[in-house]
Design a protein. Structure first.
Length: 370
């Protein structure tokens, strides 16, 4: 059965170490160029793509002559630094064949735990996509500590999916998809074509990680569950199949589809609604109408007063002049800055603060109406 689902206009595509480096023999440029050609095809269809690439450690091992993955954290970090250079050079040259630019984005899980850094990362990725640049994301292996030992890029890809509100997480692997058993040792293993990402039985049939990578099918199942929190569907597909990404976009390939139980917008709004409120903004009548009727962002010109102490990326309540809450949202500026910006137009922000983080006090994507 071919995979059939609503893919959306923003995808996160993750490539694993074993696949990318041909099981440790070095980067497989033919495969990479094929994926890049397909991503360019998505670009021409109006689909935005963030690429999450493993392979820094595996490529560094190959270049430095390691036959097995180092156990020392310091050695791992050094190996990752060597491999990272090669990865970025390779992706940039491949996309340049199509006159497309790439950008290296190194993240750690801590970057996505901190609300302020979360917002910074989200805005940077969104801006790169607006500029039609393909972000190439990897975990910052050279500075993390426990993440390099226990983390994995499947999880990172899922968190990036949440971060930018992507509708599809595509995990390319060296297998046909999620199987009922390990096909290397069981002849009657069958492809699991479609399940809910929250199916509790999935981890029972998923295998363990490889020598080169930190993941495996278990981490892919867990990543699908994380991606589903923001309403994204996850596809596990065979990365060695020619034109796999293009064929997936045309519903012409088999794999495993792990579906979200909720739509993306609903899921994100529900997540936002669970965050603690750190302050309060009193809005004028015009701002209240714009938020409730037009579904637009909150600008500084519509803010009358600010109460409480909060930092960029934290949740605040938006109330009218009678103290009735009309919305909640994540602020782009801290309380000290907002106090200075109340009633001013967006083009005055730089004159007052000396810098501009965003034109909006709260972007509409980060607002939940009551």
């Amino acid at each position: 059965m071919k995979i059939d689902f609503v893919a959306g206009d923003t995808w996160v595509i993750k490539v694993g170490s074993s696949l990318l480096t041909n099981h440790g023999e070095g980067i497989d440029r033919t495969l990479v160029n094929g994926w890049v050609d397909d991503i360019v095809g998505l670009h021409h269809q109006g689909i935005r793509v963030v690429l999450v690439s493993s392979g820094a450690v595996a490529e560094g091992m190959q270049r430095l002559g390691f036959s097995e993955r180092p156990h020392s954290l310091q050695v791992l970090q050094a190996v990752a630094a060597v491999g990272q250079m090669r990865l970025i050079e390779m992706y940039e040259s491949s996309f340049q064949r199509h006159d497309l630019h790439t950008a290296q984005v190194l993240l750690t899980h801590d970057d996505l735990r901190s609300r302020e850094r979360y917002l910074n990362a989200r805005n940077t990725l969104q801006q790169l996509l607006t500029l039609e640049v393909v972000p190439v994301v990897n975990e910052n292996d050279t500075v993390v500590t426990d993440e390099i030992q226990f983390g994995d890029n499947d999880t990172l890809a899922a968190l990036v999916t949440n971060l930018i509100g992507a509708q599809t997480l595509l995990l390319l692997t060296d297998q046909a998809g999620l199987m009922t058993a390990d096909p290397a040792i069981t002849d009657d293993a069958e492809l699991i074509e479609q399940r809910s990402a929250n199916d509790p039985t999935l981890e029972d049939v998923a295998g363990k990680g490889s020598v080169l990578g930190r993941g495996g099918m278990v981490t892919k199942v867990r990543a699908a569950r994380i991606a589903a929190r923001s309403g994204a569907n996850t596809v596990i597909a065979p990365g060695r199949v020619s034109g796999v990404i293009n064929r997936l976009s045309k519903r012409q390939i088999s794999g495993t589809l792990l579906t979200a139980d909720r739509e993306a917008i609903v899921a994100r709004k529900q997540w936002l609604a669970t965050l603690p409120v750190r302050g309060q903004l009193i809005l004028d009548k015009g701002a209240c109408e714009v938020l409730t009727s037009a579904g637009r962002s909150l600008l500084s010109v519509g803010v009358l007063r600010s109460f409480g102490t909060f930092t960029r990326g934290e949740m605040v309540a938006c109330v009218d002049s009678k103290n009735r809450e009309i919305a909640r949202g994540l602020v782009n500026y801290g309380s000290g800055d907002i106090e200075k910006l109340c009633g001013l137009t967006s083009d005055q922000i730089e004159d007052v603060l000396g810098y501009v983080m965003e034109e909006e006090i709260i972007h509409r994507d980060n607002l939940v109406l009551n």
